[in-house]
Design a protein around this ligand. Structure first.
Ligand code: NAP
Length: 261
């Protein structure tokens, strides 16, 4: 009798999700894996595993999907600010008693020479910018409109997909992924005479260059702290995740990072 392979739903949207798809497929070739994307960004990466695109339809839609597709485990590798998806995943997994592992990369921490003002939300970030400031807005297309109300500031917005409404006169828009070159970030900030930086505390290396650039130029950063999420089985990197999956599958193939030969 042939056994049905375990099916893992990988909630994607981060660079770690690419790594997970690659490493899990290599370590556990017998697994079936489906990567799921919200479909917000057009040029989606090929994760090398079957994928689906678009929302599930809230918690009930996700529950239906998990049952229909006979999913055994959920891996939440969405962005730390994709709170709705993470909350829905916890609720659906709890309802069906499915294991869920969340990969949550460590947040950035202020270091020597950093001037950070922590705020709890984008709305608070909008209010915190002083009059006449020239702000580099490293925010998403849905969030930029909140800042557009501030007619007393200048904004340089950088995002991957264009915003749905045009930006205020005199503002600039850069359609690009975050740069990982500190010198280029410094040049961008100097060219636009930026006085403040607004960013989410995404953590990770891929968008850290602007934080380093702000430190070098001694610019204040308005740091939007992460949203609260329901408690979940959480790991902070891909190797730790692989060991946890191994544990849950009961295959005991991998060693924990604490075990040495
Ligand atoms: P969100 O507010 O948590 O999600 C909104 C809705 O989008 C969810 O309720 C879900 O719709 C759908 N969705 C989100 N992620 C999905 C996924 N991986 N697969 C299927 N449906 C998904 O998230 P968001 O901030 O819009 O982010 C969307 C995606 O972009 C996420 O995958 C995230 O990792 C990525 N991303 C987000 C940010 C950010 O700053 N928010 C930054 C970089 C990348 P239903 O309720 O209909 O299921």
């Amino acid at each position: 009798m042939t056994q049905t392979p375990d099916h893992i739903l990988l909630l994607a949207g981060t660079y770690e999700a690419r790594q997970i798809a690659r490493d899990l497929s290599a370590e556990f070739p017998e697994l079936r894996m489906t990567a799921s994307f919200a479909g917000v960004v057009r040029d989606l990466p090929n994760l090398g595993v079957p994928s689906r695109i678009g929302g599930f339809g809230g918690i009930s839609g996700l529950v239906d999907y998990l049952q229909r597709e006979k999913v055994h485990m959920i891996i939440d590798a969405t962005h730390p600010f994709a709170a709705q998806m993470s909350r829905n995943a916890v609720a659906a997994a709890a309802g069906l008693k499915l294991p869920l592992i969340r990969l949550e990369r460590a947040p950035w921490r202020a270091g020597e020479g950093d001037t950070w003002e922590h705020v709890a939300s984008m709305k608070d970030a909008v209010q915190t910018l002083p009059r006449n400031s020239r702000a580099f807005l490293a925010v998403g297309r849905k969030e930029i409109q909140l800042f557009a109300e501030r007619t007393d500031i200048y904004g340089l917005a950088r995002m991957i997909e264009p915003p749905s409404a045009s930006l205020p006169d005199g503002w600039d828009l850069v359609l690009a992924r975050p740069a990982n070159d500190v010198e280029r970030e410094i040049a961008l900030l100097i060219d636009h005479r930026i006085t403040h930086i607004v960013t989410k505390n995404s953590g990770g290396k891929s968008s850290y260059a602007k934080i380093e650039a702000a430190r070098r130029l001694q610019l204040p950063v308005i740091m939007v702290d992460r949203p609260d999420l329901p408690t979940a089985d959480t790991v902070s990197d891909v190797p730790e995740l692989l060991v946890r999956v191994d544990d849950l599958l009961g295959t005991k193939r991998l060693k924990t990072s604490c075990e040495t030969d």
